[in-house]
Write a protein of this length. Structure first.
Length: 135
């Protein structure tokens, strides 16, 4: 049968498989680190090549269940590096990454869903900063 895409965050104790994949996510590829400076005669261009280290991945969900939000919030408040496995096409990812969750924001999903710990969240955004490539 077909295998599904999945994503996993792991803090070394808890391995959490996302119950809902993000609606959108930054493409995982190396960024170019460069700058340009205007000179009297033109421009000076400096490039330090490409690297995945330092890239920020933005993940977003229109809505997510309370249990998923709660697990992400646990990772966020622990403020420790995580292993991120972004298996996108159903086969295990060739690469995993050590990341830091630098941002986690969302809104209460009002209209009968409440605001307590057991409530859904909407307009959720998460930012993962890539610290290193694991595999």
């Amino acid at each position: 049968g077909d295998t599904e895409a999945l994503m996993i965050l792991n803090d070394g104790v808890t391995s959490y498989t996302f119950s809902l994949l993000p609606g959108s996510m930054t493409v995982i590829r190396e960024d170019k680190f460069c700058t340009a400076v205007q000179t009297y005669e033109g421009v000076a261009y400096f490039s330090w090549g490409t690297s995945i280290v330092g890239k920020e991945l933005s993940l977003s969900w229109n809505a997510m269940p309370a249990a998923m939000w709660s697990q992400f919030e646990t990772f966020f408040t622990a403020d420790a590096p995580l292993e991120f496995d972004p298996t996108l096409d159903g086969t295990p990812s060739a690469k995993t990454y050590t990341v830091e969750m630098t941002r986690l924001d969302g809104d209460y999903f009002l209209g009968g869903y409440g605001t307590g710990a057991g409530s859904w969240r909407q307009n959720v955004t998460m930012t993962l900063l890539i610290l290193s490539e694991v595999t």
